[in-house]
Design a binder for this molecule. Structure first.
Ligand SMILES: [Zn+2]
Length: 258
């Protein structure tokens, strides 16, 4: 009988576990957990938090994001018991991909940091400090146009995620485009110095697509200079601005709202 066969296998497996030394030495090794034994489909689940210390109105946030995202097959949003951590369960990969690809997103001018849920991570341990954003790179000479250079630039701006498939198809476009996960605890990068060995330095300029409001004084996303602690603590006065709106890319198409 098949069932007794399974029972014997289990018995055999347990007999191999040593229980002599208490909890510290005990560990259950799971091999080949059947896919369907995990109740939820976590593959289409994103986890997010808003870049704010204020409490987010879940109902209003849900309505707003649903109307901006308009997922074809729907999305189920859930508050978790971790403050300011939300789950977004999609019913189709394409809807989820579009949300990851077309961001950043905001609600009430608060930026949503969002990523795929990692099933090996516990909700309480989830760190969300990266913003996925498309960066346009300007002033790149033809001799520098390679995936290697793009990856290096991406990892300077933040953490390189992907390169626009059109980067090398469209000769007429005067910028290259990469998606980067930027650390919101660090100032935005506006340019990068680069050279080939033996040559002179040159500067590549960056512009960010759908860049949420950021501070023209310290370059951090999530506040403006009106609320910048670094500026208030600055003895040089409050007239200095190290950044300006030129970091914002003008959107190629205005099909995306909010
Ligand atoms: Zn600031």
């Amino acid at each position: 009988m098949a069932s007794s066969g399974n029972a014997e296998n289990l018995e055999e497996a347990y007999s191999k576990l040593s229980l002599e030394n208490g909890d510290e030495d005990f560990g259950l090794v799971l091999e080949d957990v059947p896919e369907n034994s995990v109740k939820q489909d976590y593959n289409r689940c994103l986890v997010g938090r808003f870049l704010t210390n204020r409490k987010v109105n879940f109902m209003a946030m849900q309505d707003t994001l649903a109307s901006i995202w308009r997922p074809v097959k729907g999305v189920f949003m859930e508050e978790t018991d971790q403050p300011n951590i939300f789950l977004f369960k999609f019913f189709h990969d394409l809807d989820m991909q579009r949300v990851l690809n077309d961001g950043p997103w905001t609600f009430n001018q608060q930026v949503l940091l969002i990523k795929r849920l990692n099933v090996d991570e516990q909700l309480k341990d989830i760190k969300l400090s990266e913003l996925y954003i498309w960066v346009q790179i300007y002033d790149v000479p033809l001799g520098f146009k390679s995936e290697y250079v793009l990856k290096s630039i991406g990892n300077y701006v933040g953490r390189f995620l992907e390169s626009d498939s059109k980067n090398f198809e469209r000769m007429g476009r005067n910028y290259l485009r990469i998606m980067v996960a930027i650390d919101v605890m660090k100032p935005l990068k506006s340019k990068m110095r680069i050279k080939k060995a033996g040559d002179d330095w040159m500067w590549f300029q960056f512009k960010y697509e759908r860049l949420p409001s950021f501070c023209f004084f310290c370059g951090l996303i999530g506040h403006t200079e009106k609320f910048c602690e670094a500026l208030f603590d600055n003895p040089q006065g409050t007239e200095i601005r190290n950044y300006d709106g030129s970091l914002r890319a003008t959107m190629r198409k205005q099909s995306i709202s909010a």
